[in-house]
Design a protein around this ligand. Sequence first.
Ligand code: G6P
Ligand code: MN
Length: 445
Amino acid sequence: MKLTILGGGGFRVPLVYGALLTDRGEGRVTDVVLHDLDDGRLRAVARVLAEQAAAVPDAPRVTATTDLDEALRGADFVFSAIRVGGLEGRANDERVALEQGVLGQETVGAGGIAYGLRTVPVAVDIARRAARLAPDAWVINFTNPAGLVTEAMSRHLGDRVIGICDSPVGLGRRIARVLGADPKQAWIDYVGLNHLGWVRGLRIAGRDELPRLLADPDLLGSFEEGKLFGVDWLRSLGAIPNEYLHYYYFNRETVRAYQQAEKTRGAFLADQQARFYEEMRDPGAAALAAWDRTRAEREATYMAENRESAGAGERDADDLSGGYEKVALALMRAIARDERTTLILNVRNQGALSVLDADAVIEVPCLVDSGGAHPVAVAPLPEHATGLVCAVKGVEREVLAAAGSGSRATAVKAFALHPLVDSVNIARKLVEGYTDVHPGLAYLK
Ligand code: G6P
Ligand code: MN
């Protein structure tokens, strides 16, 4: 079985390969094709993978190419983990937004729109090629902003593209743990858009245990979301929001924290990864050790400004392990081997959340089998959450329209309509600022 990874020179590829190495089952991936535009990055990552595979018998064979069509041809699965504009692009997304006093996070607010505008045309090109060259392949989208990019690709690939994120599973796992339950046995009633969802219930043996958590301030304050949002706010909401909602509910504080930070997240990661790829140019360097050190530092500092502004302290050791690769592997196994399972994924709505149309990509529990991911119908969201979901989906649709038509006015509309951008004038300045720094936005006229 052939797995193609687009963005194959990316820093998180060894996580995926590490997960593949643990899979000993029938029908597992035998060939991994790494595709990237940058040959040096491909070579660096290939070295890490070679060290990972050293002691493993029958490890999947790894090849690398800079030819996209060659990489796609004959693939059974395609992981799309590209980063258009690189981490320098991410740092610019953040900087331009913060200069205008709004948020520049890569998936939320102005930064997410800028990143989406840059990424959608490239993702659409990939989707078109995949539909032509690997019509039976399943495409799993890792690229942020994951919901928006998945929706763009779904217009060409239908339900053969599925978007993933590890934040809902991580959230479900934390809630189950504080309740003393096995996360694998819990049904997580979660729905929304990517990085914009809420856990409204958590059923263990058929019983909703979330009320027990909400009733116990000590328990509620003992894990990441309790510390980030505060016990009182979670009790007012009666739900546990995805951690990215911190940017909405505490917008003023997070903008200030990011303005005061020595470096933005993107700038920090750009420097950190530049050091790693530079180190890999030394043929004597221990690749896996260098990669692992860099990874650990990245994970420890994840959302550090949010935690600091909330006085939430360090991350729990249990939360450091990530999980993207586990979601991706579970999804691939369920499809390839018809190992039926449920996963929270980004797929076309198809009526699961009645307030949005059938083609809107949402993040929702899905039943997965060899036929793909089938969203499970969920109870409606409360009005405040419906309001946010509809507003942000409306913005995503403007981004898709701007990327399709190349209309600058539509791009302004996308920024201006976002709940975290508070003025049409600011939206105009954002479009100016972003088109000045990003060559990938030259198509906006
Ligand atoms: C979480 C989010 C992802 C994000 C990742 C890394 O897993 O769900 O969307 O890509 O963290 O974030 P970072 O800030 O380290 O790039
Ligand atoms: Mn995510």
